[in-house]
Ligand binder design. Structure first.
Ligand SMILES: Cc1cc2nc3c(=O)[nH]c(=O)nc-3n(C[C@H](O)[C@H](O)[C@H](O)COP(=O)(O)O)c2cc1C
Length: 222
């Protein structure tokens, strides 16, 4: 019979845990810019995220241009859109068709130097799985993959001591229009502001991080 209990969490220190305690959803950014080198590390970390079937059915847009950030941020309660150093936009594919799957299979074959015929069963399994679903269902699935990338980005930024804010508070249709995402069969799903906190003017900077006690959050079964 399964035994329900919790870990005692008296493990050794881990730098990543300290980084995650340090980070918070920054409300106010200073003018300091994120260096290109660091930005590239965060983008690479996102690209290395796991995704279902490995298909990475979302794309990332990095906005640095101040005028464009301002335009995107107009009307949103999230002033971070305009004030951050760089704005990351996670956009998921609005649909998946047979060609997308075939292209992915060809890409895997090429990368792994495998004859494409060896991947026929894999391809047919993916086709059966994805093409039986509606475009909306596949869009939601792709959006979930984008959120995994968002999580990686939050961790990578914290490890580099770069502040970040995940944001759903934005007008996705407006973003899609300005960035012409529809032409690319993409829809924006979530944002990540990157930059450096304005500690003096950010009311959240000194507030305690609020989390459910781990014993309540996590149950060890068996
Ligand atoms: C998917 C998602 C969407 C969020 N949207 C916003 C947002 O639009 N604006 C904002 O200031 N914070 C937003 N947040 C930040 C959360 O409010 C914040 O992560 C949460 O309160 C926990 O606090 P912490 O991240 O500072 O530890 C969002 C977070 C997530 C994960």
């Amino acid at each position: 019979m399964a035994v329900f209990s919790c870990f005692n969490f008296k493990t050794k220190k881990m730098k990543l845990i300290d980084d995650l305690k340090w980070r918070y959803a920054t409300k106010k950014y200073s003018n300091k810019k994120v260096a290109n080198d660091d930005l590239e590390k965060i983008v690479e970390a996102i690209n290395l995220s796991a995704s279902s079937i490995g298909m990475q059915t979302y794309r990332l847009f990095v906005i640095e241009d101040q005028a464009l950030k301002k335009e995107l941020g107009e009307g949103s309660f999230n002033s971070q859109i305009a004030e951050c150093s760089h704005l990351l936009i996670f956009a998921a594919f609005d649909s998946i068709n047979g060609e997308t799957i075939d292209n992915y299979i060809e890409f895997v074959a090429k990368e792994r130097e495998t004859p494409v015929e060896e991947l026929t069963n894999f391809k047919n399994t993916i086709r059966d799985y994805l093409l039986a679903r509606t475009d909306d269902e596949n869009f939601i699935w792709s959006a979930k993959q984008a959120y995994i990338g968002l999580g990686t980005a939050l961790i990578a930024a914290a490890a580099l001591k770069i502040d970040a804010t995940p944001m759903e508070g934005f007008d996705a249709e407006k973003f899609d229009k300005i960035l012409r995402l529809k032409e690319k069969k993409l829809k924006s799903v979530v944002l990540l502001a990157l930059g450096y906190r304005d500690e003096e003017n950010d009311y959240l900077a000194k507030l305690k991080k609020v989390r459910i006690p781990i014993q309540e959050f996590c149950t060890k079964v068996g």
